[in-house]
Design a protein around this ligand. Structure first.
Ligand code: PGA
Length: 255
């Protein structure tokens, strides 16, 4: 099945509300009305409102970078799914490797968030991926399997069309070291196989699996033309409209 490609920008802890507004306006202007590729931008919480205004009425969708699984309560510093929905957020990145390694997020916590996202009609962009030590030890597929299976406990086949997985090898994030197309495709095909086991065959073919980790205009075409690579989750190259939009164009050019 040929899935519509998705290019998502993860701004991480960059851009104030004002800077984000300017960048989002540039992205919207350059992306125009093309409908071949789904485009999502994920600013920090503090820029969601201004970026939301910039993308309103355009094809660009709004994503958050994290959320708390509960709807409300005594969770100082946290933001819930209904709060995101009220700002017209449609997607949420969950289980990013920086959340896992720097903030101690466990597979169980990621699973709660994934379930809460679905309950609130948010599309999760679930991140999985191995560290350099894990790759060198030959445990890449095992790590990816555990993260994927645990995060998707309780997720049903009917949610597949709204589920997005991002394979992000930790050693490639922000390092300029990109996985080769073969390395990435191998893991993407493996994830597709896991999804067949978890969700069944037709549903597994509906899940978009993005590649993330130093994707940029110079390496995007090769990665995006792999059979099981359905788009990209972009960090550094999403911080400038020109490179981000080039990635959208690269995705549109893949047949
Ligand atoms: P990068 O980040 O494109 O800067 O490597 C990707 C990510 O962390 O999502």
């Amino acid at each position: 099945m040929h899935l519509k490609k998705l290019i998502a920008g993860n701004w991480k802890m960059n851009k104030t509300a004002g800077d984000g507004l300017a960048l989002a306006k540039d992205v919207v202007a350059a992306v125009g009305k093309q409908n071949e590729v789904d485009v999502v931008i994920c600013p920090p919480f503090t820029a969601l409102e201004s970026v939301g205004r910039a993308v309103e009425g355009s094809v660009v969708r709004l994503g958050a970078q994290n959320m708390h699984p509960e709807a409300q309560g005594a969770f100082t510093g946290e933001v819930s799914a209904p709060m995101l929905r009220a700002l017209f957020v449609t997607h949420v990145i969950l289980g990013h490797s920086e959340r896992r390694s720097l903030f101690g997020e466990t597979d169980a916590a990621v699973n709660h968030k994934v379930l809460a996202a679905f309950k609130n009609q948010l599309k999760p962009i679930l991140c999985v991926g191995e560290s350099l030590a894990e790759r060198e030890a030959g445990s890449t597929l095992k790590v990816v399997q555990t993260q994927t299976e645990r995060a998707l406990e309780g997720v049903g086949a009917d949610q597949a069309a709204s589920l997005i997985i991002a394979y992000e090898p930790v050693w490639a994030i922000g390092t300029g070291k990109v996985a080769t197309a073969d390395q990435a495709q191998e893991v993407h095909a493996f994830i597709r196989g896991l999804l067949v086991k978890i969700l069944g065959e037709p549903a597994a073919q509906r899940v978009r699996i993005l590649y993330g980790g130093s994707m940029k205009p110079s390496n995007a075409a090769e990665l995006l033309s792999q059979k099981d690579i359905d788009g990209g989750l972009i960090g550094g190259a999403a911080l400038e409209a020109r490179s981000f939009v080039e990635l959208v164009k690269a995705a549109a050019a893949v047949k």
